[in-house]
Design a protein around this ligand. Structure first.
Ligand SMILES: *[C@@H]1O[C@H](CO)[C@@H](O)[C@H](O)[C@H]1NC(C)=O
Ligand SMILES: *[C@@H]1O[C@H](CO)[C@@H](O)[C@H](O)[C@H]1NC(C)=O
Ligand SMILES: *[C@@H]1O[C@H](CO)[C@@H](O)[C@H](O)[C@H]1NC(C)=O
Length: 225
């Protein structure tokens, strides 16, 4: 009986293994990364760029701060698919902090593709144009860095604006936004989310996230192996 209980509890521990993360931008202002690290945060996505014109003024301070504190980190790009091509935006992102290297502390860059800040939530693009834009961004990022970017989105936006497209699950790790106690239905094609943004505030700076796995798995994601 005791052996069975120990076995069950280790199975449950494995199934529930998560690693605390955050995602931040200049909205959080100056961040004390050593304090973030000692409070238990092990990884972060840090905003680098938007479109082909905006660079987050705090990107470098955040990226260097996270690095020095021993926080595994990656950069993210806020997509404006109505203003220029996916290739142009992937290049701008890679040129301004969004690159990747197999150093074990760099997550693949993430494409933040979601509700337009104003007007039509799909930026006025048809579903097929949106899918083509995302592919263009993803393929360009891959050609520049050797990695496919993670995709940050919500299931609702993905259904509405890509026509519930599937086919990204084999290349692009999913970073799902869902502010709930359960992760819920994922975008078409995905059976697993790598990263989960589960709240937009909490004990840590910025949005609150979890890696779906243990630290060794997160390090493998960073290395790309
Ligand atoms: C963050 O950017 C703001 C300008 O938006 C600047 O005033 C501030 O000094 C920056 N902080 C750091 C830590 O770079
Ligand atoms: C950052 O937080 C740590 C406590 O975790 C503190 O010792 C340190 O002074 C803080 N640094 C700054 C620049 O506020
Ligand atoms: C989205 O696609 C999945 C299969 O990939 C399907 O199960 C689901 O019903 C679709 N949802 C909608 C709203 O079309």
């Amino acid at each position: 009986m005791m052996k069975l209980l120990i076995f069950l509890s280790s199975v449950i521990t494995v199934a529930l293994a998560t690693v605390q993360g955050i995602d931040v931008s200049h909205f959080q202002g100056s961040i004390n990364w050593s304090s973030v690290r000692s409070s238990g945060v092990r990884w972060a996505y840090i905003k680098a760029t938007e479109g082909t014109t905006f660079r987050d003024p705090n990107f470098s301070a955040n990226y260097v701060g996270a690095t020095n504190a021993g926080v595994i980190r990656g950069a993210y790009h806020f997509a404006h698919p109505d203003s220029s091509s996916g290739a142009a935006q992937a290049n701008f992102f890679v040129d301004h902090g969004g690159g990747w290297s197999a150093d074990g502390i760099t997550l693949p860059g993430a494409l933040d593709i979601e509700y337009a800040p104003s007007g039509n939530i799909c930026y006025g693009l048809s579903a097929s144009a949106m899918v083509a834009w995302i592919r263009d961004f993803s393929n360009t990022y891959h050609a520049r860095t050797g990695r496919f970017p993670a995709i940050y989105t919500t299931t609702d936006w993905w259904r509405s604006c890509t026509g519930n497209a599937s086919g990204f699950q084999n290349d692009n790790p999913l970073w799902i936004a869902r502010y709930s106690t359960a992760i819920g239905t994922l975008p078409a094609g995905y059976t697993v989310a790598s990263f989960w943004q589960y709240a937009d505030s909490g004990p840590f700076p910025g949005d609150q996230d979890r890696w779906n796995g243990d630290l060794a798995g997160l390090q493998r994601m960073a290395r790309g192996s």
